[in-house]
Ligand binder design. Structure first.
Ligand code: SAM
Length: 568
């Protein structure tokens, strides 16, 4: 979901961009806990303190905290109408699927004037590896064969980062592969999810496999056979889930996602990696060569977890929307890895600090970091609650289809998972699917040793959640002059602009930047707000839209004024 944009070009010079404080460190594993702590701390502020922005004389705006809206931008001085107050840089972008090969540049999102001079990626034919599960060879879809990235010219490609572009094309190829789960599950199938082995023998193996398959060694995790009862002790019905306070819901979700990671690690440890033959030779596993087993691992996990439990289609193909999400995640993970590696040589050319003026697209803002992205507001809990409600609404008045289906299905082999899966909203199960898809793609690239020369990426559920639920309702739609949605991008430092139904700031896209311009005189310490889309309808309709799309009840001055008039 995205915030709407306006697309007018700039005409006057820039003031320096503000630097919002980063509340979180780069270790993603405890970000959720830290976020709760931070919000708790913020709750203890007095309102007079909260309304004072930290002075930053060179910047016209600074981040502050408002009790009923969270963080916001306040003016640090009087701002005149038509001042450019901020330039935002993205940290993660993804082109919408229909535009992948339609002459829109992946870097500047402009229409490519010279179609003959454009650069189309991948340049070389895609990997010859047969990406099928089971014995049947699946013909490549047209999507896989088509170009996945187009750039105006070398300048745009270099700014985007050729290594990253190449990597995203490789990932795209993997996520488009067909998951033929029926074939994989047959008697001659390559892999079956096994959950009958004693947990005590698995925990060490699971940790070892994770350490091998992911670049960061992780401590052996708690096994799902412990985590699932823990989750169900917190809530065992959708109704109980809907009543949980934030802290308990976070605990519940942590148990669920950690349980998924534990299952994934356990199954990976059965396969082992190519270097861990002894591990899986000890265990009785289905026949097949290791790489075939690995190819079948994630499709089978999806079948095990989702089939019969999820109303969303767990198809053999990844939906276009899911591909968009995975490209965005990969872009972000790539940039995070570059930060972690601090490999200047591999770094995109656009990242040089002294290059503050882009000849084609005007001035640049401060380059955001992964920590900036992690300090954005996570919408995981509100989204979860909304999805629970939606599922409940769908069930009202009709037979509880999901439950009937479960009871009559052959899903009993899911054992301890069954009860847990049956109470989760469908949307969360769809997120599992995207998570398994991305892990599948990365595992195949591991097996093919296909990362180099780009940095090797890995993901676990904590990282996945940290990124995914910050993208939700926080990413910006990139539109062309006819309002066509071309792409999505995350602008971490721009995400502190709150909404107002009477905004005093407007966004303008200039190439791949966003610029923020005052539309009126803004007094010192006054809040600077943009609008999240259409502000023309009446108050009730405006508020309903914001609640549905962005999960909050609007507390802007206009709504407060109109509400008090309505109540008189
Ligand atoms: C893009 S973020 C803006 C920054 C956010 N306040 C923060 O602390 O990170 C959007 C969120 O800010 C809050 N918000 C923005 N505009 C608001 C408004 N007019 N009334 C109430 N809350 C608002 C809501 O929580 C919303 O989900």
């Amino acid at each position: 979901m995205n915030l709407d944009l306006s697309l007018n070009p700039p005409s006057i010079p820039i003031s320096g961009p503000p630097t919002p404080s980063s509340l979180f460190d780069k270790d993603s594993s405890n970000l959720l806990e830290q976020q709760i702590h931070t919000l708790h701390l913020n709750d203890t502020h007095s309102s007079s303190e909260e309304l004072t922005a930290t002075p930053a004389p060179e910047n016209p705006i600074a981040v502050a905290f408002l009790p009923n809206k969270g963080r916001c931008y306040l003016a640090t001085r009087e701002i005149q109408p038509q001042e450019r107050i901020f330039v935002a840089e993205s940290f993660g972008t993804t082109m919408c699927d229909p535009w992948l090969d339609c002459g829109i540049c992946h870097d500047c999102w402009g229409r490519i004037p010279d179609r003959k001079a454009q650069i189309r990626l991948p340049r070389k034919p895609l990997s010859s590896t047969t990406l099928t599960v089971g014995t049947k060879k699946n013909p490549r879809s047209k999507k896989t064969e088509s170009t996945v990235m187009v750039f105006c010219n070398e300048t745009c490609l270099n700014r985007y980062g050729p290594l990253k572009a190449d990597l995203i094309c490789k990932v795209e190829e993997k996520i488009r592969r067909s998951w033929d789960i029926k074939q994989a599950a047959g008697p001659n199938g390559h892999w079956r999810v096994q959950t009958t082995i004693q947990p005590s023998t698995l925990i060490a193996g699971a940790g070892a496999a994770t350490a091998t398959l992911n670049s960061e060694a992780s401590a052996p995790a708690t096994h799902y056979s412990t985590l699932i009862p823990q989750a169900l002790a917190v809530a065992s019905t959708p109704l109980a889930l809907s009543k949980l306070q934030d802290q308990d819901l976070t605990l519940f979700l942590n148990c669920v996602w950690n349980a998924l990671d534990s299952l994934v690690a356990e199954q990976e440890s059965f396969i082992g990696t190519l270097q861990q033959q002894q591990q899986h030779e000890r265990l009785e596993i289905a026949s097949g060569v290791p790489d075939k087993r690995a190819e079948a691992l994630y499709p089978m996990l999806a079948k095990f977890l989702l089939e019969g439990n999820c109303k969303a289609t767990i198809g053999s193909k990844t939906s276009d929307d899911d591909c968009e999400t995975i490209r965005l995640l990969t872009d972000i993970l790539y940039r995070r890895q570059v930060e972690l590696d601090q490999e200047v040589a591999v770094h995109d050319t656009r990242e040089t600090a002294e290059d503050e003026q882009d000849q084609e697209h005007g001035p640049r803002g401060v380059q955001p970091t992964f920590a900036d992205l992690c300090s954005m507001q996570s919408n995981e809990l509100v989204l979860f609650r909304q999805q629970l409600q939606q599922d409940a609404d769908e069930r009202t008045g009709a037979e509880n289809e999901a439950d009937t289906h479960l009871k009559g299905s052959k899903q009993d082999r899911t054992g301890p998972w069954r009860e847990l899966l049956s109470i989760l909203p469908n949307h969360l199960l769809s997120c599992f699917y995207v998570y398994l898809r991305i892990r599948d793609a990365y595992l195949l690239l591991d097996i093919e040793s296909a990362w180099s020369p780009a940095p090797r990426l890995s993901i676990d559920s904590a990282l996945f959640r940290n990124i995914l639920y910050r993208e939700v309702a926080n990413s910006f739609g990139i539109r062309d002059s006819s309002d066509e949605l071309l792409a999505f991008a995350i602008f971490p430092r721009a995400s502190y602009f709150n909404h107002s139904c009477r905004p005093n700031v407007e966004k303008r896209r200039v190439g791949r930047h966003f610029e923020y311009w005052s539309t009126t005189t803004i007094g010192e310490n006054e809040e600077c707000c943009i609008s999240y889309g259409d502000i023309n309808p009446g108050r009730i309709e405006r508020q309903r839209r914001l609640e549905d799309m962005y999960f909050f009840r609007c507390n802007c001055l206009r709504c407060i004024e109109e509400e008090s008039v309505d109540n008189q």
